[in-house]
Write a protein that binds this ligand. Sequence first.
Ligand SMILES: NC(=O)c1ccc[n+]([C@@H]2O[C@H](COP(=O)([O-])OP(=O)(O)OC[C@H]3O[C@@H](n4cnc5c(N)ncnc54)[C@H](OP(=O)(O)O)[C@@H]3O)[C@@H](O)[C@H]2O)c1
Length: 257
Amino acid sequence: MKANDMFDLTGEVALVTGSSSGLGLRFAGVLAANGAKVALVARRVERLRSLQKTIEAAGGKAIAIEADVLDRAAMTRAYDAAEKEFGTVTILVNNAGIAHTDRAMELSEETWRSVLSTNLDAVFFWSQEGARRMIAANKTGAIVNIASVLALGASKGVAAYAVAKAGVVQVTKALAIELASRNVRVNAIAPGWFVTEINDEFLSSDKGQDIKRAIPMGRFGQTGDLDGALLLLASKAGAFITGSTLVVDGGQTVQLR
Ligand SMILES: NC(=O)c1ccc[n+]([C@@H]2O[C@H](COP(=O)([O-])OP(=O)(O)OC[C@H]3O[C@@H](n4cnc5c(N)ncnc54)[C@H](OP(=O)(O)O)[C@@H]3O)[C@@H](O)[C@H]2O)c1
């Protein structure tokens, strides 16, 4: 098969949570540029509308849907709206996420719960709803969960985040096993450091520069560095890949410390 055909997403309907900024905004654009109709989901709907316009101006199709990933009723409404506009969602990208910098001894229960519920609970429940609908519609589906290299190791000040992201890797495996026979693949991407709104202040600090020096490729991830991983896991090119976590980090996690 030709590469263009393998990665072509014409006829697919994608839903990307957290597409109002950073990685999710890019993911939505890449999926649309490769033929998918895209439901854009986040709380800042004005940003989604602006992305919708950009996608449409480039010849793609998108719909902006305001939803908090923690709100199950809003989740149902988001899937209904995407379905009404474009049909059953066949590609789900669970990307919405938040970070924290509190050290474990100072971490409040509120922060712990908020990070776990946004970064882990929502991934499970949006996957559950998406997969139920894919199965009911007898569609082949792909779920791509955005984990992190902090799912595979830890550093200081990320306890809740690292635990949630490790959970995302396990949710990915657990769902992959149960959904394989229903033609729904479930995989994760574990990005290294990419400068976005979630970390721009931290990464421009001295500590951020130390982190950059420690990355074997000598740089943070750049716009476009995750496109290939996303398209592989979302498209026919990844037809026999399920339950995997693809690390995209410039070599950060493999080096000995
Ligand atoms: N940047 C990195 O270095 C890096 C590395 C590894 C993994 N990641 C992961 O990549 C994902 C995207 O992060 P990013 O770097 O692109 O950060 P970002 O620019 O801060 O984007 C986070 C996105 O999540 C959305 N979001 C947060 N809470 C939400 C909620 N309750 N309901 C709906 N949407 C919510 C935000 O939208 P609204 O505020 O508009 O709702 C925003 O679109 C996250 O899961 C993050 O953990 C990032």
